[in-house]
Ligand binder design. Structure first.
Ligand SMILES: Nc1ncnc2c1ncn2[C@@H]1O[C@H](COP(=O)(O)OP(=O)(O)OP(=O)(O)O)[C@@H](O)[C@H]1O
Ligand SMILES: Nc1nc2c(ncn2[C@@H]2O[C@H](COP(=O)(O)O)[C@@H](O)[C@H]2O)c(=O)[nH]1
Length: 403
């Protein structure tokens, strides 16, 4: 990728008004989406730090547009290639990096991006990192304070430690005696959290029982990057926000067997003052009503007998008695060199890492399968699989799955 790709010159040069011709420094790619837009992706020097920048050339107006960039950006490293996937996203493959950090998606017209365009009134693009391997939808667990959400989640994480990861929320409430910063919550000053909310760092947030609580995009990304299924313990307002976001999840509402039992549990936990208990009980009434809102929750669990409720939770997550704690295999890391050629066949991307001068037929080829991808910005694009492609003597190609 030392030179600008051929299509860069052919497709763009003639369309550029004088003075706007891009100087390729060997690390920019230009991708046409639809008839009118060309997305130029490349490393830019900004305040002496190198970042990946995105510019859009609008052929209908002959003008450059600098979009609002959402999501976690990739750190640039030794060149990249890019290829359009349908009309809504661009796959960017970073060179000189391994398969846990080399596949990135630049969303240009997904539902999330369209929504953000309307909200912000600007052009918007959004980054999401591709994660190799099967990974199930995150689980949102909601229900009134004291119903036993935390108890159920602890049991699940204890029995299946390699399968589930907890999304550590931010909160402005004070820590309880047994709570550790960064484990139970990220305990935060209100002013800091408000600034982070303004800076779009949160997937959702809500004022709950007089404090701010929120799930940062990073909290979910950290779990997904470990290839674990993410569990969110959030209130009903938060569940509603996540439902409206691009994070596809399974939504579970936990109910108490009675209001009296809920009050008993909240008191016996002994972590709140009387005034706080009263506030939480008042809020519980509204939450119990909302738990039945049509279309919000996929499953309702009654937490009467703890062990029975836990068995029901496992059942609905597809974890019957026969499921043992299985370690998700760590993928073999594939190293993508800076020079590689990408091509697309349906939802499969062929990555040829053979340097042209030393060309041996398909000596170092990988197939990236995008047919089962889930999720996307803000967050991660999950479900990518990668195969090594072996040339056979008769010229056909076979493949071996790497993860
Ligand atoms: N099925 C159950 N029967 C009796 N007690 C229970 C049951 N489930 C949980 N508890 C107890 O109820 C108390 C509240 O449980 P927990 O802290 O898990 O609730 P929570 O829903 O996570 O609350 P919050 O939303 O305030 O964090 C705890 O003391 C816990 O041991
Ligand atoms: N909307 C969100 N709600 C959250 C989040 N983290 C926790 N919660 C909910 O807050 C209440 C109270 O929790 P507590 O730890 O103070 O007892 C409870 O219902 C949690 O589910 C969050 O990130 N967003």
């Amino acid at each position: 990728m030392g030179e600008a790709p051929a299509f860069f010159d052919d497709d763009l040069r003639g369309d550029f008004p004088n003075g706007l011709l891009l100087k390729s420094k060997g690390c920019e790619t230009a991708i046409n989406i639809g008839c009118n837009k060309t997305y130029v992706i490349g490393a830019t020097e900004k305040e002496s730090a190198c970042t990946i920048g995105v510019r859009i050339f609008d052929k209908s107006t002959s003008k450059w547009v600098i979009p609002t960039v959402l999501g976690t950006k990739p750190k640039p490293l030794g060149g990249h290639s890019a290829i359009a996937l349908d009309e809504d996203r661009i796959l960017v493959i970073k060179g000189n990096s391994t398969s846990d950090d080399c596949f990135w998606f630049l969303e240009v017209n997904t539902a999330f991006v369209r929504e953000q365009k309307t909200r912000l009134g600007t052009e918007v693009v959004a980054w999401s990192k591709g994660v190799i391997g099967e990974s199930e939808k995150p689980i949102v667990i909601s229900g009134p304070s004291g119903v036993g959400k935390g108890t159920l989640i602890s049991k699940l994480m204890e029995e299946f430690p390699s399968m589930f990861g907890f999304s550590v929320s931010h909160t402005t409430r004070a820590p309880r005696n047994n709570e550790k910063n960064g484990v139970h919550y990220h305990f935060t000053e209100r002013s800091v959290m408000e600034k982070d909310i303004k800076d779009e760092k949160f997937l959702e947030f809500a004022a709950v029982h007089g404090n701010l609580y929120g799930t940062s995009i990073e909290a979910v990304e950290v779990v997904t990057d470990r290839r674990k299924r993410c569990i969110l313990d959030i209130d009903v307002q938060g569940a509603r926000s996540v439902r409206a976001s691009s994070l596809e999840a399974v939504f579970i509402f936990v109910c108490p067997p009675s209001f009296e039992e809920l009050e008993k549990r909240l008191r016996s936990r002994g972590t709140e003052t009387e005034e706080q208990i009263q506030k939480r009980l008042r809020n519980a009434k509204a939450e119990l009503e909302q738990g039945n809102s049509p279309g919000l929750f996929d499953h309702i669990l009654v937490n009467d007998d703890l062990n029975k409720c836990y068995e029901n939770l496992k059942k609905l997550l597809g974890l019957g008695d026969s499921v043992k704690t299985t370690k998700i295999p760590v993928p073999k890391l594939v190293q993508i060199p800076p020079e590689h050629i990408v091509s697309k066949i349906d939802q499969k991307i062929l990555i040829n890492c053979t340097v042209p001068e030393q060309e041996k037929p398909a000596a170092n080829m990988f197939m990236l399968d995008l047919s089962s991808i889930k999720g996307g910005a803000p967050g991660r694009t999950r479900g990518l699989s990668i195969y090594a492609v072996e040339p056979s003597t008769n010229g056909s190609i076979g493949s071996e799955m790497l993860s």
